[in-house]
Write a protein that binds this ligand. Sequence first.
Ligand code: ACO
Length: 372
Amino acid sequence: MNTARGLEGVVAATSSISSIIDDKLTYVGYDIDDLAENALFEEVVFLLWHRRLPKKQELEDFKKLLAENAPIPKELIDHLKSYPNQKVHPMAALRTAVSFLGLFDDEADVFTKEANYNKAVRLQAKIPTIVAAFSRIRKGLEPVEPRKDLNFAANFLYMLNGEEPDQVAVEAFNKALVLHADHELNASTFTARVCVATLSDVYSGVTSAISALKGPLHGGANEQVMKMLMEIGSVENVEPYIRKKLANKEKIMGFGHRVYRNGDPRAKHLKKMSEKLTKLTGEPKWYDISTKIESIVTAEKNIPPNVDFYSASVYHSLGIEHDLFTPIFAISRMSGWLAHILEQYENNRLIRPRAEYVGPGKQTYVKLEDRG
Ligand code: ACO
């Protein structure tokens, strides 16, 4: 049997959603660089779900649909209030809350194309409301109701902080959402597809995906990057800190990628944003520390930064709590998970690979009383 450790290089599905070819990332054929510079997140969600860009009126209607579906049930707010908040990681809270939300969806187990699309809309619309509500509740504050007149990025920042964000913050956050929306068969998306390929429901698919994103080798890396930046604290400390980690063969969070070998095309956009935002907030040291880390890791290991590395200082500059970085990734990636879930249903076959058995050979069963 041929085994590929970690399924490296294995092509496990066909998909028309996003592609990584020669270190270039495209969504439905559109270069990520063009989308990052020009597109609204809602436009990208439409693109991923419909495989074409929306016309002007279609985009307006889609934005309205998401805004109208943003409120979450009172039962879910009460449920969030019951969490032992100080101890709960927001990704654990999100995993539980999204699963709980499914209990209130009358179409949760309806398998028509229309019902599945409706659930996708509801999940995409409500995930920022859940994350913001959890963040406020754990601080002893009441959740802020979503507004219908704000776009997706602005509405999340508004619900999080209770005040309307400025244009720079909205544009930066929108760009981060666009950059994280989909990424071919990454670990969480694959998890979602494996789950729904059993013909399990959409809520189960995204709940499994959130669980996979939580890990530090995947989406959890952005929070770990910020932890590292805080531990380092100043540019002078970078050199000894990073060299010690490399000497101990420890991984530097936010570097490396299974697919990209010459660099993650999303990283340069976040790097630019990090430089701008850290200057604006009067904390350029986070950018300076980051670039110093990058120069050492690339010189020593020839491993470039991935999407998570500069997103840490970007989110920090937007005033977002560090343990919300991965839930924010989930808010964006929800769009990709849902696109893949709907695509999987369209042409489904159970995903069931094999394992090469490497355990003991044939053994003889010994009765319990004879085992000593
Ligand atoms: N720091 C230091 N060395 C690294 C790093 C890193 N971040 N990443 C890979 N390497 C080294 C490994 O130690 C290994 O070296 P060796 O051959 O001398 O043992 C070699 O590069 C290959 O590493 P693998 O872990 O086998 O590569 P793999 O493709 O399995 O892993 C992964 C990819 C998980 C992203 C890895 O690079 C990593 O752990 N990075 C840090 C965590 C991270 O940033 N994750 C986010 C990824 S992007 C995303 O999911 C959104």
